[in-house]
Structures are given as structure tokens and as C-alpha cells.
Design a binder for this molecule. Sequence first.
Ligand SMILES: [Ca+2]
Ligand SMILES: [Ca+2]
Ligand SMILES: [Ca+2]
Length: 343
Amino acid sequence: MVKKILFTSLALSGLLFSTMPPACFADAAAQLKQAETYKQNEQYEQAEAIYRDIVADYPGTDEAFKAQKSSAISQLSETDLLTYLPEGAKLADIPFIQFGPTEETKKTRPNVFYADVDDDAEKEIIVAYYTPPHDYIIDGKPQEAFFRRAHVRVLDWDGTKYVEQWDSGGWGSMFLAGMGARLKGKQQQVYTDNYFNVGDINNDGKPEILFTRSSFGAEGSEFQALSWNGITYEQIAFVEAKIRVDDIDNDGIKEIICDDGYSGIKLPTPKVFRWNGNTYEMVREHVLVGKPYEMVREHVLVGKPVVSVRLILFLAILAAASLIGLILLAKKKASSRGKSRAT
Ligand SMILES: [Ca+2]
Ligand SMILES: [Ca+2]
Ligand SMILES: [Ca+2]
């Protein structure tokens, strides 16, 4: 009987996990393969068209990053790109993860995106770069690049050449934010995703430009999301910390969550910013009592039915225990009745 109950609980939890939607990007992988075949056959235009589609259709995926890399190489060389940036500028190096095995920390994220960010059906170039001085020397030793400035620029095709459409202006010295050294690589990527990215987070059909810049000392770090308003790129989100972007209530519109994600360290005030149709607005600030990811997910759903796997398992175990108790009680009663009959 106990075995049967345990089996039922396991089957129940198995069913819960199996109903979660699979993150399936099989199409993107197939498209990527097709584009690579075109490239090998020197059919560059066909390859380019697919790369652009993958970047636009599957933002934030590994396939999009691969496509971005291949696409950027065949669209505009780094040397060509630099001619559209201030003198002495360098393309930004943006970490894939900040802590972990050396080969992983050496990996960088794309510093150039090709996407239609101004809603005119033509793709712009969105580039993250640094302005000089890149290095300085104290007592003969090269120091960290404290004095360079991090920028994002949008280049628009005017029919014959690229022109500067927008520039963030310089702030901070890197595309980075404070990261918990104890966070696993996968969890770090949830945050480094937003160090520089382009994607439609508020589900209005237009991609946003997202970036996080950081500076040593008093300046701290700043995350911004910008969206084309018909005239210019308007700031729709601003958070002075590193953030993750996630659709925590599965309504298709992504939320911006600032829970810092220090593995195992409980932060007193995780913040959630929701899209209100015009801007990302902070909707809740909570005292955290559990693991960051789960607590934020449950808190923001207050007022809505919460289906917690842990709660269901707890109820299943409680029901099983009660049932066992009842069975034992019934057996005890039966045996005492038997005994009293015998006497
Ligand atoms: Ca455009
Ligand atoms: Ca959008
Ligand atoms: Ca949402």
C-alpha cells in the first residue's frame, strides 16, 4: 500500500514536470545548419538572409548568437565598422560569464547586432564600443581601462552609407555588472544576457536595445532598455543593478527582475519591473526568505492562483501519511476486536 502511494506521488510529480513547455529551438538549429551549408557553397547572400532571420526570430538563443557572429563577419568587417565610430574606438568585449573555467571566462558575447529597431522594415546596426583612453600606465605598468567610456550606437542605412542615428553617450568603462562569484555558469548567463542585447521584451513586435554598463567606485552599474518611439530611442527601463529578463507569469510580456542572484545569499529587496504599456514600472519589493529565483516567482504571483510543485508534493505526502495512519488505526481496531472476541 505504502509503495503504491509513493508510486502515485512520484507519477503525479512526473506528470507536473512533463507538462512544462519544452524550450525547443529545433527550427533555429536547422536554419543555422542550412545557412552554414550555403556559406560553404559560397552562396553568401542566401546564407546572410537566413542568419538575419535567425537573429530576428530567436533573440537570446545560442543559435542567434552563432548566427550573429557569422552574419556580422559577412556583413561588415570590424575595420569597416570602426570607420563609423569615433576615432580610436574599439568594439566592446562583453563577457559570456565572469567566473568559472578560464576557457569559459575568455568567451565573449556579440558586440554587434543587426535588427530593425526603428520599425521601418530595414535592419540597423547596433554596436557596443569603447572610446579611448583604453590603457594607461602607472610606474611602467599597464592599468585597467578605468578611463575609457562605454557606448552603444545605432547606425542606419541612408541608401548609400551607414549614418549615426543614435548614440547613448559615454558612461561607465565596461559592459558588466557586479556578479556573484558563486553563481553557476548557466545562472550567470541569465544576467550577462542583458549586458548587451537586442530583442522584443515587451511583445509589441519591435525589438528593444538592452545594455548594462558599469564603472568602478561611486558610479556603480546601470541597466537600460530603449525602444523606438517614432522619433528617437526612448528609455523604457532603468535599473541601477544587474537584472534578468524573464516572463515570470507566462503572459508573453517579459518582466525585468532585480534579485541579484547571489547563489545562496538572501537579498532583502528583490525588485520586479512590469511593462505597463508605456514603461517598465516597479510593482513589488519584497522581503526575501528563500532562494532568490523561487521567492520572486511566487511573490509576484500573489493574488493569482499559485501552482507550486513543492506544495503539491507536500500535500501528496501529507495525504499518504494520513492514509497510512488510518490504515494502521483500522488494523489496530480490527486486531483489538479480534482479541476481545477471543477473550
Ligand atoms: Ca530599421
Ligand atoms: Ca518591443
Ligand atoms: Ca510577463
